[in-house]
Design a protein. Structure first.
Length: 397
């Protein structure tokens, strides 16, 4: 315990690691919807029958019948007939050939497989390898900071999947729920990466103010844009699945500041770190000059960060832009289409929040660094031999 008191960053890491374990084990409340008689295992395709597939230009529909050998599970080594139903949509359909590894969903009774359906090429192992390599690289390059960054990555994913998504499905207002989740993640990541110091506090306050401003802008400008949340992929399918009362427009608006929150935290951390270094090298710097130094860094970073948002958003819609150009759609028509206007709103409002986080962080940092103590919780070293170490708390005087 004494060690943790002397090293608050380690204490925070242990606390958030414990929270990650808790969230991982916490049920979402929707586990009962998973078919209880279904099992999932890997299989290798041994033979393919394409005789029932109908080809319409480049679209294929019908059924592909597979003979596969189970590679895992209670029926390992058994051969099974697997149905690959094609929906006639290229973004959803997959065709298989001999020796490919697939994921099979099946039900069994009396020691035999009754029905089996393909659920795509087996990708889980590759995803786990990629995740493992990413974590290893993060730790090798970042050291202890890399471990904390990996912890914040896991915490973010678990908070979104275990907290935010279930609450959305249960009909709670997405705006305050998303803002609360993002605020908590901003707090956790700021202190995990920035440490239990003023740098972490400045990062959190600056980023949070920028996110609140982004949320307000999204709510205001959506009234003029008149964008319905159904423009998002699978939103209409979700409604047809029985969730008729979902506030999908509010979910769309919440997605705007969720999507920009990572870039906002990044910029806030850059400014806070630079102000921290300025204060260490020039402890007697005035409030005005300290804020100006933070703004100088903010101006330098804003230009690339706003372009980053534009490229990140537009990258996912490259084929859509190619389609409209190939069909000769005028720009006035292109930008007036609802789902294109939704991306304009998403990009510009997110960029607004990104720009405003610079002055927010610089001003907050200027005042926070007026405190004499550097750490929120820190150890004071004895100046002379024989003095005992004490724990000092911030002094705002």
């Amino acid at each position: 315990m004494a060690y943790l008191q002397k090293h608050p960053d380690t204490l925070l890491a242990f606390l958030f690691a414990g929270l990650c374990c808790f969230l991982f084990l916490m049920p979402t409340g929707y586990e009962s919807l998973i078919p209880q008689d279904s099992q999932y295992d890997r299989a290798r395709v041994l033979d393919v029958d394409n005789s029932d597939i109908m080809i319409h230009s480049i679209v294929k529909a019908g059924t592909q019948e597979l003979t596969a050998e189970m590679l895992t599970g209670p029926f390992k080594g058994h051969q099974v007939k697997v149905i690959n139903a094609l929906k006639g949509k290229m973004e959803l359909d997959e065709l298989f050939t001999k020796d490919q590894i697939i994921l099979v969903e099946y039900s069994a009774a009396n020691g035999k497989i009754r029905t089996a359906y393909s659920r795509g090429h087996y990708r889980i192992s590759q995803e786990l390898w990629l995740l493992g390599l990413f974590g290893l690289l993060l730790v090798v390059v970042g050291g202890w900071t890399g471990i904390k960054a990996l912890l914040s990555f896991a915490l973010s994913g678990l908070m979104l999947w275990k907290v935010m998504v279930p609450l959305f499905l249960k009909g709670y207002d997405p705006i305050p729920i998303a803002l609360g989740v993002v605020a908590f993640l901003t707090l956790a990541i700021s202190f995990l990466v920035g440490g239990a110091t003023k740098r972490g506090m400045v990062t959190f306050l600056g980023a949070f103010l920028g996110l609140v401003f982004t949320c307000i802008l999204a709510l205001y400008f959506n009234q003029g844009f008149r964008i319905h949340g159904a423009v998002r992929p699978f939103a209409e399918t979700l409604l047809y699945s029985g969730f008729y009362d979902l506030k999908i427009t509010r979910i769309f608006l919440a997605g705007i500041f969720i999507a920009s929150s990572g870039a906002v935290m990044d910029l806030a951390m850059d400014i806070a770190a630079s102000m921290d270094e300025v204060k260490k090298n020039k402890p007697d710097i005035s409030l005005k000059d300290h804020i100006k130094s933070g703004m100088s860094v903010g101006r330098a970073v804003i230009g690339t960060m706003t372009t980053t948002l534009l490229l990140a958003y537009s990258g996912g819609y490259m084929t859509m832009m190619m389609l409209f150009m190939a069909q000769g759609v005028p720009l006035v028509n292109f930008f007036n289409i609802n789902y294109v206007a939704a991306e304009v709103l998403n990009t510009l409002v997110g960029s607004f929040g990104l720009v405003t986080v610079a002055p927010f962080t610089a001003v907050v940092g200027g005042f926070v660094y007026r405190f004499r103590s550097d750490h929120i919780l820190k150890e004071n070293k004895a100046h002379t031999s024989g003095k005992k170490t004490k724990i000092a708390f911030p002094n705002a005087n």
